[in-house]
Design a protein around this ligand. Sequence first.
Ligand SMILES: Nc1ncnc2c1ncn2[C@@H]1O[C@H](COP(=O)(O)OP(=O)(O)OP(=O)(O)O)[C@@H](O)[C@H]1O
Length: 542
Amino acid sequence: MKPIDPRLVVRIGPARRYILVTAGLGLLTALLVAVQALLIARMLAPVLAPTPLTGDGLGWLGTLVPTSARELSSGLPLLAGVIALRTLTSWLQERLAHRAGAQVISELRSQVVAHAAAMGPRWIASGRGADVVTVVSRGLDDLLPYFVRYLPQLALASTLTPILIVLVLGLDWLSALIVTLTLPLVPIFMILVGLVTRERSEKHLKAMQTLGARTLDLIAGVPTLKALGRERGPAARVRELGEAHRKATMGSLRVAFLSGMVLELLTTLAVAIVAVTMGFRLVEGGIGIETALAVLILAPEVYLPVRNVGTHFHASADGLAAADAAFEILDEPLPAMGGDAPAPDAARGAIVVTGVGIATPDGVREAPSGADVRCSPGTLTAIVGANGSGKSTLLLALAGLLPPTAGRISLETGSAADDAPERDAEVVAQDGALLVDADGWAKQIAWVPQRPDLGPAGRTLSLGQRQRVALDRAFESGRPVLLLDEPTAHLDPDSRDQIVERMRALAASGATVVVATHEPDVVHAADEVLTVESREITEVSA
Ligand SMILES: Nc1ncnc2c1ncn2[C@@H]1O[C@H](COP(=O)(O)OP(=O)(O)OP(=O)(O)O)[C@@H](O)[C@H]1O
Protein backbone atom coordinates (compact mmCIF):
# COMPACT_ATOMS: atom_id res chain seq x y z
CA MET A 1 0.00 0.00 0.00
CA LYS A 2 1.33 3.42 -0.95
CA PRO A 3 1.66 5.92 1.94
CA ILE A 4 -0.12 8.62 -0.11
CA ASP A 5 -2.79 7.92 -2.71
CA PRO A 6 -1.55 9.83 -5.80
CA ARG A 7 -5.18 10.59 -6.72
CA LEU A 8 -5.47 12.61 -3.50
CA VAL A 9 -2.57 14.79 -4.62
CA VAL A 10 -3.65 15.10 -8.25
CA ARG A 11 -7.36 15.66 -7.80
CA ILE A 12 -7.87 17.28 -4.42
CA GLY A 13 -6.46 20.83 -4.19
CA PRO A 14 -6.42 21.20 -0.36
CA ALA A 15 -4.60 17.85 0.00
CA ARG A 16 -1.82 18.98 -2.36
CA ARG A 17 -1.34 22.31 -0.56
CA TYR A 18 -1.36 20.61 2.83
CA ILE A 19 1.26 18.01 1.87
CA LEU A 20 3.57 20.77 0.58
CA VAL A 21 3.13 22.92 3.69
CA THR A 22 3.63 19.90 5.98
CA ALA A 23 6.90 19.04 4.23
CA GLY A 24 8.01 22.69 4.69
CA LEU A 25 7.12 22.58 8.38
CA GLY A 26 9.08 19.30 8.63
CA LEU A 27 12.20 21.10 7.38
CA LEU A 28 11.66 23.95 9.84
CA THR A 29 11.22 21.45 12.67
CA ALA A 30 14.50 19.76 11.66
CA LEU A 31 16.33 23.08 11.90
CA LEU A 32 14.77 23.89 15.28
CA VAL A 33 15.52 20.42 16.71
CA ALA A 34 19.15 20.75 15.61
CA VAL A 35 19.62 24.23 17.09
CA GLN A 36 17.89 23.17 20.30
CA ALA A 37 20.13 20.10 20.72
CA LEU A 38 23.34 22.04 20.00
CA LEU A 39 22.36 24.85 22.35
CA ILE A 40 21.51 22.51 25.22
CA ALA A 41 24.77 20.60 24.65
CA ARG A 42 26.81 23.78 24.67
CA MET A 43 25.09 25.10 27.78
CA LEU A 44 25.24 21.83 29.72
CA ALA A 45 28.81 20.89 28.82
CA PRO A 46 30.54 23.31 31.23
CA VAL A 47 28.19 22.25 34.01
CA LEU A 48 28.87 18.54 33.51
CA ALA A 49 32.58 18.67 32.72
CA PRO A 50 34.92 21.01 34.58
CA THR A 51 37.18 21.19 31.51
CA PRO A 52 37.53 24.59 29.83
CA LEU A 53 34.83 25.32 27.24
CA THR A 54 35.97 25.20 23.63
CA GLY A 55 33.94 25.51 20.48
CA ASP A 56 35.88 22.76 18.71
CA GLY A 57 33.75 19.95 20.05
CA LEU A 58 30.89 20.69 17.69
CA GLY A 59 33.05 21.18 14.62
CA TRP A 60 31.48 23.30 11.88
CA LEU A 61 28.10 22.90 13.57
CA GLY A 62 29.44 24.96 16.43
CA THR A 63 29.00 28.04 14.29
CA LEU A 64 25.21 27.60 14.56
CA VAL A 65 25.21 28.48 18.28
CA PRO A 66 27.00 31.04 20.48
CA THR A 67 30.58 30.10 21.32
CA SER A 68 31.89 32.10 24.21
CA ALA A 69 30.73 31.87 27.80
CA ARG A 70 29.70 35.50 27.70
CA GLU A 71 27.58 34.90 24.61
CA LEU A 72 26.06 31.91 26.31
CA SER A 73 24.27 34.14 28.81
CA SER A 74 22.12 35.04 25.83
CA GLY A 75 21.73 31.29 25.13
CA LEU A 76 18.87 30.80 27.57
CA PRO A 77 16.49 33.27 25.91
CA LEU A 78 17.56 31.81 22.56
CA LEU A 79 16.75 28.32 23.80
CA ALA A 80 13.40 29.54 25.11
CA GLY A 81 12.76 31.12 21.70
CA VAL A 82 13.63 27.89 19.86
CA ILE A 83 11.36 25.85 22.15
CA ALA A 84 8.56 28.39 21.73
CA LEU A 85 9.01 28.27 17.96
CA ARG A 86 8.93 24.46 17.99
CA THR A 87 5.71 24.53 19.99
CA LEU A 88 4.27 27.09 17.59
CA THR A 89 5.26 24.95 14.60
CA SER A 90 3.57 21.85 15.94
CA TRP A 91 0.47 23.88 16.92
CA LEU A 92 0.35 25.34 13.43
CA GLN A 93 0.85 21.89 11.95
CA GLU A 94 -2.03 20.45 13.99
CA ARG A 95 -4.32 23.35 13.06
CA LEU A 96 -3.48 23.07 9.38
CA ALA A 97 -3.96 19.32 9.53
CA HIS A 98 -7.45 19.63 11.00
CA ARG A 99 -8.43 22.29 8.51
CA ALA A 100 -6.97 20.46 5.49
CA GLY A 101 -8.49 17.15 6.62
CA ALA A 102 -11.93 18.75 6.95
CA GLN A 103 -11.56 20.47 3.55
CA VAL A 104 -10.43 17.30 1.79
CA ILE A 105 -13.25 15.27 3.35
CA SER A 106 -15.82 17.88 2.40
CA GLU A 107 -14.47 18.19 -1.16
CA LEU A 108 -14.40 14.41 -1.63
CA ARG A 109 -17.92 14.17 -0.21
CA SER A 110 -19.24 16.78 -2.66
CA GLN A 111 -17.45 15.12 -5.57
CA VAL A 112 -18.81 11.66 -4.67
CA VAL A 113 -22.38 12.95 -4.22
CA ALA A 114 -22.21 14.93 -7.50
CA HIS A 115 -20.81 11.91 -9.30
CA ALA A 116 -23.48 9.61 -7.88
CA ALA A 117 -26.18 12.05 -8.98
CA ALA A 118 -24.68 12.19 -12.47
CA MET A 119 -24.55 8.38 -12.65
CA GLY A 120 -28.35 8.37 -12.61
CA PRO A 121 -31.13 6.70 -10.64
CA ARG A 122 -30.59 3.18 -11.96
CA TRP A 123 -26.95 3.13 -10.85
CA ILE A 124 -28.00 4.38 -7.42
CA ALA A 125 -30.78 1.79 -7.19
CA SER A 126 -28.41 -1.01 -8.20
CA GLY A 127 -26.75 -1.10 -4.76
CA ARG A 128 -24.00 1.44 -5.45
CA GLY A 129 -26.22 4.00 -3.72
CA ALA A 130 -25.62 2.15 -0.44
CA ASP A 131 -21.84 2.35 -1.03
CA VAL A 132 -22.16 6.08 -1.61
CA VAL A 133 -24.08 6.47 1.64
CA THR A 134 -21.41 4.50 3.59
CA VAL A 135 -18.51 6.42 2.05
CA VAL A 136 -20.13 9.84 2.42
CA SER A 137 -21.64 9.41 5.87
CA ARG A 138 -18.92 7.61 7.86
CA GLY A 139 -16.16 6.20 5.69
CA LEU A 140 -14.49 9.47 4.75
CA ASP A 141 -14.23 10.53 8.42
CA ASP A 142 -11.33 8.06 8.66
CA LEU A 143 -9.33 10.49 6.56
CA LEU A 144 -9.11 12.96 9.45
CA PRO A 145 -6.73 10.88 11.61
CA TYR A 146 -4.80 10.14 8.42
CA PHE A 147 -4.26 13.86 7.84
CA VAL A 148 -3.86 14.89 11.47
CA ARG A 149 -1.68 12.03 12.75
CA TYR A 150 -0.14 9.96 9.99
CA LEU A 151 0.85 12.42 7.24
CA PRO A 152 2.72 14.88 9.53
CA GLN A 153 4.76 12.00 10.97
CA LEU A 154 5.44 10.71 7.48
CA ALA A 155 6.62 14.18 6.47
CA LEU A 156 8.89 14.31 9.53
CA ALA A 157 10.22 10.80 8.86
CA SER A 158 11.21 11.87 5.37
CA THR A 159 12.63 15.31 6.30
CA LEU A 160 13.66 15.43 9.94
CA THR A 161 15.14 11.93 10.16
CA PRO A 162 17.59 12.16 7.20
CA ILE A 163 18.61 15.73 8.13
CA LEU A 164 19.34 14.71 11.71
CA ILE A 165 21.36 11.70 10.55
CA VAL A 166 23.52 14.07 8.48
CA LEU A 167 23.91 16.32 11.53
CA VAL A 168 24.92 13.37 13.72
CA LEU A 169 27.40 12.41 11.00
CA GLY A 170 28.80 15.94 11.18
CA LEU A 171 29.27 15.48 14.93
CA ASP A 172 30.40 11.88 15.20
CA TRP A 173 30.61 9.32 12.39
CA LEU A 174 30.46 6.24 14.65
CA SER A 175 27.13 7.32 16.21
CA ALA A 176 25.79 8.13 12.74
CA LEU A 177 26.77 4.60 11.65
CA ILE A 178 25.02 3.02 14.66
CA VAL A 179 21.88 5.09 14.02
CA THR A 180 21.87 4.26 10.29
CA LEU A 181 22.29 0.54 10.99
CA THR A 182 19.64 0.34 13.73
CA LEU A 183 17.03 2.66 12.17
CA PRO A 184 15.79 0.12 9.56
CA LEU A 185 15.06 -2.29 12.45
CA VAL A 186 12.07 -0.10 13.41
CA PRO A 187 10.11 -0.65 10.15
CA ILE A 188 11.31 -4.27 10.00
CA PHE A 189 9.93 -4.99 13.47
CA MET A 190 6.75 -3.10 12.66
CA ILE A 191 6.22 -5.29 9.60
CA LEU A 192 6.97 -8.45 11.63
CA VAL A 193 4.50 -7.43 14.36
CA GLY A 194 1.97 -6.57 11.62
CA LEU A 195 2.37 -9.99 9.99
CA VAL A 196 2.00 -11.81 13.30
CA THR A 197 -1.10 -9.80 14.28
CA ARG A 198 -2.79 -9.66 10.89
CA GLU A 199 -4.88 -12.76 11.50
CA ARG A 200 -6.03 -11.40 14.86
CA SER A 201 -6.96 -8.04 13.34
CA GLU A 202 -8.95 -9.74 10.61
CA LYS A 203 -10.74 -11.88 13.18
CA HIS A 204 -11.54 -8.77 15.19
CA LEU A 205 -12.89 -6.94 12.15
CA LYS A 206 -15.05 -9.93 11.26
CA ALA A 207 -16.44 -10.16 14.81
CA MET A 208 -17.24 -6.43 14.70
CA GLN A 209 -18.99 -6.73 11.34
CA THR A 210 -21.01 -9.80 12.38
CA LEU A 211 -22.01 -8.16 15.64
CA GLY A 212 -22.99 -4.94 13.86
CA ALA A 213 -25.02 -6.73 11.20
CA ARG A 214 -26.79 -9.01 13.73
CA THR A 215 -27.60 -6.12 16.03
CA LEU A 216 -29.07 -4.14 13.16
CA ASP A 217 -31.06 -7.19 12.00
CA LEU A 218 -32.28 -7.74 15.52
CA ILE A 219 -33.36 -4.14 16.03
CA ALA A 220 -35.18 -4.17 12.69
CA GLY A 221 -36.91 -7.42 13.63
CA VAL A 222 -37.84 -6.56 17.24
CA PRO A 223 -41.50 -5.75 16.46
CA THR A 224 -41.94 -9.07 14.62
CA LEU A 225 -40.10 -11.04 17.33
CA LYS A 226 -42.22 -9.39 20.01
CA ALA A 227 -45.43 -10.12 18.11
CA LEU A 228 -44.40 -13.78 17.99
CA GLY A 229 -43.33 -13.81 21.67
CA ARG A 230 -39.74 -14.69 20.66
CA GLU A 231 -37.99 -11.52 21.76
CA ARG A 232 -35.95 -13.33 24.45
CA GLY A 233 -34.54 -15.97 22.11
CA PRO A 234 -31.83 -13.90 20.39
CA ALA A 235 -30.61 -12.36 23.68
CA ALA A 236 -28.32 -15.34 24.34
CA ARG A 237 -26.87 -15.09 20.83
CA VAL A 238 -26.23 -11.35 21.21
CA ARG A 239 -24.55 -12.02 24.57
CA GLU A 240 -22.32 -14.62 22.90
CA LEU A 241 -21.41 -12.21 20.12
CA GLY A 242 -20.78 -9.43 22.63
CA GLU A 243 -18.44 -11.77 24.54
CA ALA A 244 -16.63 -12.67 21.30
CA HIS A 245 -16.29 -8.99 20.54
CA ARG A 246 -14.95 -8.23 24.03
CA LYS A 247 -12.35 -10.99 23.72
CA ALA A 248 -11.32 -9.81 20.25
CA THR A 249 -11.04 -6.20 21.46
CA MET A 250 -8.97 -7.18 24.50
CA GLY A 251 -6.77 -9.31 22.24
CA SER A 252 -6.25 -6.37 19.90
CA LEU A 253 -5.46 -4.08 22.82
CA ARG A 254 -2.90 -6.58 24.13
CA VAL A 255 -1.30 -6.75 20.71
CA ALA A 256 -1.33 -2.94 20.42
CA PHE A 257 0.39 -2.53 23.81
CA LEU A 258 2.83 -5.31 23.02
CA SER A 259 3.81 -3.93 19.63
CA GLY A 260 4.14 -0.45 21.19
CA MET A 261 6.43 -1.93 23.80
CA VAL A 262 8.53 -3.78 21.23
CA LEU A 263 9.12 -0.55 19.32
CA GLU A 264 9.81 1.38 22.51
CA LEU A 265 12.32 -1.24 23.60
CA LEU A 266 13.97 -1.29 20.21
CA THR A 267 14.50 2.48 19.97
CA THR A 268 15.61 2.65 23.61
CA LEU A 269 18.18 -0.09 22.95
CA ALA A 270 19.41 1.67 19.82
CA VAL A 271 19.88 4.96 21.72
CA ALA A 272 21.53 2.99 24.54
CA ILE A 273 24.08 1.52 22.11
CA VAL A 274 24.94 5.07 20.96
CA ALA A 275 25.19 6.20 24.60
CA VAL A 276 27.36 3.30 25.76
CA THR A 277 29.90 3.62 22.93
CA MET A 278 29.96 7.34 23.57
CA GLY A 279 30.51 6.76 27.30
CA PHE A 280 33.59 4.61 26.65
CA ARG A 281 35.02 7.16 24.26
CA LEU A 282 34.32 10.00 26.71
CA VAL A 283 36.30 8.16 29.37
CA GLU A 284 39.15 7.57 26.91
CA GLY A 285 38.97 11.17 25.77
CA GLY A 286 38.10 10.21 22.19
CA ILE A 287 35.15 12.58 22.06
CA GLY A 288 34.24 15.94 23.62
CA ILE A 289 31.45 16.31 26.18
CA GLU A 290 29.62 18.83 23.98
CA THR A 291 29.55 16.52 20.99
CA ALA A 292 28.49 13.58 23.12
CA LEU A 293 25.63 15.56 24.63
CA ALA A 294 24.45 16.90 21.26
CA VAL A 295 24.47 13.39 19.73
CA LEU A 296 22.62 11.96 22.75
CA ILE A 297 19.92 14.62 22.50
CA LEU A 298 19.58 14.17 18.73
CA ALA A 299 19.57 10.35 18.62
CA PRO A 300 16.02 9.75 20.02
CA GLU A 301 14.69 12.52 17.74
CA VAL A 302 15.96 10.53 14.74
CA TYR A 303 13.90 7.46 15.65
CA LEU A 304 10.78 9.25 16.88
CA PRO A 305 9.06 10.11 13.55
CA VAL A 306 9.77 6.63 12.12
CA ARG A 307 8.25 5.08 15.25
CA ASN A 308 5.25 7.39 15.10
CA VAL A 309 4.64 6.46 11.48
CA GLY A 310 4.34 2.88 12.70
CA THR A 311 2.06 3.85 15.58
CA HIS A 312 -0.31 5.68 13.24
CA PHE A 313 -0.11 3.08 10.50
CA HIS A 314 -3.68 1.95 11.16
CA ALA A 315 -4.94 5.50 10.82
CA SER A 316 -3.24 5.52 7.43
CA ALA A 317 -4.72 2.18 6.38
CA ASP A 318 -8.26 3.20 7.33
CA GLY A 319 -7.94 6.66 5.79
CA LEU A 320 -6.51 5.36 2.54
CA ALA A 321 -9.16 2.65 2.36
CA ALA A 322 -11.81 5.39 2.73
CA ALA A 323 -10.17 7.50 0.02
CA ASP A 324 -9.90 4.42 -2.18
CA ALA A 325 -13.62 3.71 -1.78
CA ALA A 326 -14.38 7.32 -2.73
CA PHE A 327 -12.10 7.21 -5.78
CA GLU A 328 -13.59 3.86 -6.83
CA ILE A 329 -16.92 5.67 -7.13
CA LEU A 330 -15.37 8.73 -8.80
CA ASP A 331 -13.53 6.51 -11.31
CA GLU A 332 -16.75 4.98 -12.65
CA PRO A 333 -17.20 6.44 -16.11
CA LEU A 334 -20.16 8.79 -16.36
CA PRO A 335 -22.80 7.88 -18.92
CA ALA A 336 -22.98 10.26 -21.87
CA MET A 337 -25.58 12.52 -20.29
CA GLY A 338 -26.41 15.64 -22.17
CA GLY A 339 -25.14 17.09 -25.39
CA ASP A 340 -24.35 20.62 -26.52
CA ALA A 341 -27.65 21.25 -28.31
CA PRO A 342 -30.10 23.36 -26.30
CA ALA A 343 -33.10 21.36 -25.10
CA PRO A 344 -36.16 21.90 -27.34
CA ASP A 345 -39.28 23.48 -25.85
CA ALA A 346 -41.33 20.45 -24.76
CA ALA A 347 -44.53 22.53 -24.54
CA ARG A 348 -44.42 23.09 -28.28
CA GLY A 349 -44.39 19.52 -29.52
CA ALA A 350 -45.01 15.81 -29.03
CA ILE A 351 -42.42 13.53 -27.45
CA VAL A 352 -42.10 10.71 -29.97
CA VAL A 353 -40.66 7.36 -28.93
CA THR A 354 -39.46 5.34 -31.94
CA GLY A 355 -38.30 1.73 -31.57
CA VAL A 356 -36.86 2.43 -28.12
CA GLY A 357 -35.02 -0.45 -26.47
CA ILE A 358 -33.13 -0.15 -23.17
CA ALA A 359 -30.73 -2.91 -22.12
CA THR A 360 -31.01 -4.09 -18.51
CA PRO A 361 -27.79 -3.60 -16.48
CA ASP A 362 -26.85 -7.29 -16.91
CA GLY A 363 -27.10 -6.80 -20.71
CA VAL A 364 -29.22 -9.93 -21.13
CA ARG A 365 -32.57 -8.31 -21.92
CA GLU A 366 -34.08 -5.17 -23.28
CA ALA A 367 -36.88 -3.75 -21.11
CA PRO A 368 -38.66 -2.07 -22.83
CA SER A 369 -37.94 -3.41 -26.28
CA GLY A 370 -39.08 -1.78 -29.54
CA ALA A 371 -41.38 0.75 -27.83
CA ASP A 372 -43.26 3.18 -30.16
CA VAL A 373 -45.54 5.91 -28.87
CA ARG A 374 -46.39 9.54 -29.44
CA CYS A 375 -47.02 11.60 -26.31
CA SER A 376 -48.60 14.86 -27.44
CA PRO A 377 -49.36 17.99 -25.43
CA GLY A 378 -52.99 17.91 -24.33
CA THR A 379 -53.10 14.12 -24.03
CA LEU A 380 -52.80 11.50 -21.32
CA THR A 381 -50.67 8.51 -22.34
CA ALA A 382 -50.73 5.29 -20.30
CA ILE A 383 -47.82 2.86 -20.37
CA VAL A 384 -48.88 -0.64 -19.40
CA GLY A 385 -47.14 -4.02 -19.29
CA ALA A 386 -46.12 -6.88 -17.03
CA ASN A 387 -43.87 -6.39 -14.00
CA GLY A 388 -40.33 -5.82 -15.13
CA SER A 389 -41.35 -5.09 -18.74
CA GLY A 390 -39.72 -1.65 -18.59
CA LYS A 391 -42.42 0.92 -17.78
CA SER A 392 -40.41 2.78 -15.14
CA THR A 393 -37.32 2.48 -17.32
CA LEU A 394 -39.10 4.14 -20.25
CA LEU A 395 -40.17 7.02 -17.97
CA LEU A 396 -36.52 7.46 -16.91
CA ALA A 397 -35.56 7.61 -20.59
CA LEU A 398 -38.26 10.23 -21.27
CA ALA A 399 -36.94 12.28 -18.33
CA GLY A 400 -33.47 12.19 -19.94
CA LEU A 401 -32.05 10.22 -16.99
CA LEU A 402 -31.32 7.01 -18.93
CA PRO A 403 -30.58 7.20 -22.66
CA PRO A 404 -32.10 4.44 -24.83
CA THR A 405 -29.67 1.81 -26.13
CA ALA A 406 -31.76 1.37 -29.30
CA GLY A 407 -34.18 3.62 -31.16
CA ARG A 408 -34.67 7.29 -30.41
CA ILE A 409 -36.70 9.84 -28.49
CA SER A 410 -37.44 13.06 -30.34
CA LEU A 411 -39.58 16.14 -30.03
CA GLU A 412 -41.83 16.76 -33.01
CA THR A 413 -43.65 20.00 -33.51
CA GLY A 414 -46.93 19.79 -35.45
CA SER A 415 -49.75 17.36 -34.72
CA ALA A 416 -50.03 13.67 -35.56
CA ALA A 417 -52.63 14.55 -38.15
CA ASP A 418 -50.17 16.76 -40.03
CA ASP A 419 -48.37 15.43 -43.05
CA ALA A 420 -44.98 14.06 -42.15
CA PRO A 421 -42.87 16.46 -44.29
CA GLU A 422 -44.28 19.48 -42.42
CA ARG A 423 -43.21 18.14 -39.07
CA ASP A 424 -40.07 19.42 -37.48
CA ALA A 425 -38.27 16.82 -35.37
CA GLU A 426 -35.40 17.29 -32.97
CA VAL A 427 -33.70 14.18 -31.62
CA VAL A 428 -33.49 14.30 -27.83
CA ALA A 429 -31.78 10.96 -27.20
CA GLN A 430 -30.53 8.02 -29.25
CA ASP A 431 -27.76 5.40 -29.43
CA GLY A 432 -27.13 5.45 -25.69
CA ALA A 433 -26.69 9.21 -25.43
CA LEU A 434 -28.78 12.20 -24.48
CA LEU A 435 -28.10 14.71 -27.24
CA VAL A 436 -29.62 17.83 -25.71
CA ASP A 437 -28.68 19.85 -22.63
CA ALA A 438 -29.67 17.59 -19.72
CA ASP A 439 -30.60 20.38 -17.29
CA GLY A 440 -32.60 22.27 -19.91
CA TRP A 441 -34.59 19.11 -20.66
CA ALA A 442 -35.05 18.08 -17.01
CA LYS A 443 -36.34 21.56 -16.08
CA GLN A 444 -39.38 21.03 -18.27
CA ILE A 445 -40.31 17.73 -16.66
CA ALA A 446 -42.04 16.83 -13.41
CA TRP A 447 -41.23 13.18 -12.54
CA VAL A 448 -42.84 11.29 -9.69
CA PRO A 449 -41.11 7.95 -9.01
CA GLN A 450 -42.83 4.77 -7.88
CA ARG A 451 -41.92 5.26 -4.22
CA PRO A 452 -41.39 8.95 -3.61
CA ASP A 453 -39.06 9.74 -0.70
CA LEU A 454 -39.36 13.18 0.80
CA GLY A 455 -36.38 12.67 3.02
CA PRO A 456 -36.59 13.22 6.81
CA ALA A 457 -39.67 15.47 6.48
CA GLY A 458 -41.62 12.63 4.88
CA ARG A 459 -40.82 9.98 7.50
CA THR A 460 -43.95 10.76 9.44
CA LEU A 461 -46.15 10.18 6.38
CA SER A 462 -47.57 6.89 5.11
CA LEU A 463 -46.50 5.70 1.68
CA GLY A 464 -49.85 6.77 0.18
CA GLN A 465 -49.61 10.20 1.86
CA ARG A 466 -46.11 10.66 0.52
CA GLN A 467 -47.32 9.74 -2.93
CA ARG A 468 -50.11 12.34 -2.67
CA VAL A 469 -47.68 15.06 -1.60
CA ALA A 470 -45.32 14.20 -4.46
CA LEU A 471 -48.20 14.19 -6.96
CA ASP A 472 -49.53 17.52 -5.68
CA ARG A 473 -46.09 19.02 -6.11
CA ALA A 474 -45.86 17.69 -9.67
CA PHE A 475 -49.35 18.96 -10.54
CA GLU A 476 -48.55 22.42 -9.17
CA SER A 477 -45.10 22.59 -10.78
CA GLY A 478 -46.43 24.21 -13.96
CA ARG A 479 -44.05 22.08 -16.03
CA PRO A 480 -45.25 21.12 -19.52
CA VAL A 481 -44.41 17.40 -19.18
CA LEU A 482 -45.51 15.12 -16.32
CA LEU A 483 -44.07 11.62 -15.95
CA LEU A 484 -45.91 9.68 -13.25
CA ASP A 485 -44.83 6.18 -12.21
CA GLU A 486 -47.78 4.17 -10.86
CA PRO A 487 -49.26 7.28 -9.25
CA THR A 488 -52.32 5.52 -7.83
CA ALA A 489 -50.61 2.35 -6.59
CA HIS A 490 -50.90 3.17 -2.88
CA LEU A 491 -54.03 5.35 -2.90
CA ASP A 492 -57.52 4.75 -1.58
CA PRO A 493 -60.37 4.73 -4.16
CA ASP A 494 -61.37 8.37 -3.49
CA SER A 495 -57.84 9.67 -3.80
CA ARG A 496 -57.35 7.54 -6.90
CA ASP A 497 -60.43 9.09 -8.57
CA GLN A 498 -59.19 12.59 -7.68
CA ILE A 499 -55.77 11.88 -9.16
CA VAL A 500 -57.29 10.53 -12.38
CA GLU A 501 -59.43 13.67 -12.61
CA ARG A 502 -56.47 15.97 -12.06
CA MET A 503 -54.38 14.13 -14.64
CA ARG A 504 -57.18 14.55 -17.16
CA ALA A 505 -57.60 18.24 -16.25
CA LEU A 506 -53.87 18.87 -16.66
CA ALA A 507 -53.84 17.12 -20.03
CA ALA A 508 -56.87 19.19 -21.07
CA SER A 509 -54.96 22.35 -20.14
CA GLY A 510 -52.24 21.38 -22.63
CA ALA A 511 -49.71 19.36 -20.62
CA THR A 512 -48.08 16.17 -21.88
CA VAL A 513 -49.00 13.61 -19.22
CA VAL A 514 -47.41 10.15 -19.33
CA VAL A 515 -48.30 7.60 -16.70
CA ALA A 516 -46.99 4.06 -16.07
CA THR A 517 -49.80 2.07 -14.52
CA HIS A 518 -51.49 -1.26 -13.78
CA GLU A 519 -54.79 0.50 -12.88
CA PRO A 520 -57.73 -0.15 -15.29
CA ASP A 521 -59.36 3.22 -14.32
CA VAL A 522 -56.23 5.11 -15.35
CA VAL A 523 -55.94 3.12 -18.59
CA HIS A 524 -59.59 3.94 -19.32
CA ALA A 525 -58.98 7.63 -18.85
CA ALA A 526 -55.97 7.64 -21.22
CA ASP A 527 -56.05 8.94 -24.80
CA GLU A 528 -53.17 6.71 -25.85
CA VAL A 529 -52.06 3.34 -24.45
CA LEU A 530 -48.65 1.77 -25.00
CA THR A 531 -48.03 -1.82 -23.96
CA VAL A 532 -44.33 -2.38 -23.31
CA GLU A 533 -42.60 -5.75 -23.46
CA SER A 534 -39.16 -6.97 -22.60
CA ARG A 535 -37.13 -9.32 -24.80
CA GLU A 536 -33.92 -11.30 -24.61
CA ILE A 537 -31.21 -9.38 -26.43
CA THR A 538 -30.16 -12.43 -28.51
CA GLU A 539 -33.78 -12.70 -29.62
CA VAL A 540 -33.78 -9.02 -30.59
CA SER A 541 -30.59 -9.22 -32.61
CA ALA A 542 -31.54 -12.53 -34.29
N1 LIG B 1 -31.82 -0.99 -10.31
C1 LIG B 1 -31.82 -1.97 -11.19
N2 LIG B 1 -30.81 -2.83 -11.25
C2 LIG B 1 -30.79 -3.83 -12.12
N3 LIG B 1 -31.75 -4.06 -13.01
C3 LIG B 1 -32.81 -3.24 -13.01
C4 LIG B 1 -32.90 -2.15 -12.11
N4 LIG B 1 -34.05 -1.51 -12.35
C5 LIG B 1 -34.64 -2.17 -13.35
N5 LIG B 1 -33.90 -3.20 -13.75
C6 LIG B 1 -34.21 -4.14 -14.86
O1 LIG B 1 -35.02 -3.45 -15.77
C7 LIG B 1 -36.21 -4.17 -16.00
C8 LIG B 1 -37.35 -3.20 -16.13
O2 LIG B 1 -37.58 -2.59 -14.87
P1 LIG B 1 -38.72 -1.52 -14.65
O3 LIG B 1 -38.60 -1.03 -13.28
O4 LIG B 1 -38.67 -0.54 -15.75
O5 LIG B 1 -40.02 -2.44 -14.83
P2 LIG B 1 -41.55 -2.01 -14.67
O6 LIG B 1 -42.21 -2.39 -15.95
O7 LIG B 1 -41.65 -0.60 -14.24
O8 LIG B 1 -41.96 -3.01 -13.51
P3 LIG B 1 -43.10 -2.87 -12.37
O9 LIG B 1 -44.41 -3.04 -13.01
O10 LIG B 1 -42.78 -4.02 -11.48
O11 LIG B 1 -42.89 -1.56 -11.72
C9 LIG B 1 -36.37 -5.13 -14.85
O12 LIG B 1 -36.94 -6.33 -15.28
C10 LIG B 1 -34.95 -5.36 -14.40
O13 LIG B 1 -34.42 -6.44 -15.12
